[in-house]
Design a protein around this ligand. Structure first.
Ligand code: COA
Length: 259
């Protein structure tokens, strides 16, 4: 299977399916069409017996600038059937190992999708951020549940209430990533780890992942549903409209007139 869309490149080789975010002129900001392509790739990889491992990567300079802000303004997700939610559900329930290689900025979904990956390799230039509040929004991808669990409440509050970015070194200390590498080596190391996993018995990998996650699989989906409802509402409110318009107009947002 080798599927190609313009901004998402899917390539499968030797049991490893790779999803490459490839929209460099917009720093790999994710559009609805890209969520759809990634959801389709996850569904196909789940059902394809030849695929044992799935990997996400960008290039050595950027992983993803998060959701495309123009898309948020023009076509906010209208229901739980929206491509973004289809992608998040496919990601959180993906039964086989998920790996990510992350260099450069990983904003919003660029960071929160990593919470669902089993192995994450970061370039020294990786910068993680979840600036939802700064955009008048709230967490997604079950990050309101998983980030406090991962980092403890107070560090999660810095990341989610203040929206403060953190470095690859901090991500390693927090347990969000497995290793920090030179950017030029990051993808190669992730690919080597993917090949190691792909050589193992698939049924054992699937069962082990299921057992590790079974304690909170239902809470993750419940958190996602709650977040999606709040996110969809906030996206249409004045604070988000101001923050998103300000980004597009390359100016600072002014929240003085909004609640
Ligand atoms: N949506 C739409 N366009 C985006 C984008 C996004 N999320 N992120 C970047 N772009 C665009 C920029 O507007 C710019 O467009 P231009 O060439 O027409 O000016 C282009 O991509 C390059 O981005 P730029 O900001 O110049 O790159 P940078 O290297 O200086 O900074 C980031 C990279 C990722 C740190 C910065 O672009 C950023 O903060 N993006 C927004 C992140 C965000 O808030 N995402 C939403 C999370 S929910």
């Amino acid at each position: 299977m080798n599927e190609t869309t313009k901004d998402i490149l899917v390539h499968t080789e030797a049991g490893v399916s790779s999803i490459r975010l490839h929209r460099l002129e917009r720093k790999n900001a994710v559009t609805a069409a890209m969520y759809a392509a990634m959801a389709d790739a996850l569904d196909a990889a789940r059902d394809d017996a030849q695929v044992r491992v799935l990997m996400f990567h960008g290039d050595t300079t950027v992983f993803s600038a998060g959701n495309d802000i123009g898309d948020f303004l023009q076509q906010p997700p209208a229901s739980q059937d929206a491509h973004v939610f289809r992608f998040l559900h496919a990601l959180a329930t993906f039964p086989k190992p998920l790996i990510a290689a992350v260099c450069g900025p990983a904003v919003g979904i660029g960071t929160t999708l990593l919470l669902h990956c089993d192995l994450v390799y970061a370039g020294e230039n990786a910068v993680f951020s979840m600036p939802f509040v700064n955009l008048g929004l709230c967490p997604e991808a079950a990050s309101s549940l998983l980030v406090p669990q991962l980092m403890g409440y107070h560090r999660a509050a810095e990341a989610l209430l203040l929206g403060e970015p953190f470095t690859a070194g901090t991500a390693l200390e927090l347990g969000l990533v497995n290793r920090v590498l030179a950017p030029a080596e990051c993808l190669g190391v992730a690919q080597a780890q993917a090949r190691k996993l792909a050589a193992k018995p698939l049924a054992s990998l699937i069962e082990t992942k299921r057992l590790m996650k079974s304690g909170q699989a239902a809470q993750v989906l419940a958190a996602m549903a709650q977040e999606a409802s709040s996110f969809g509402r906030l996206l249409r409110e004045p604070a988000a409209r101001e923050a998103l318009s300000a980004f597009m107009q390359k100016r600072q947002p002014d929240f003085s007139a909004v609640p």
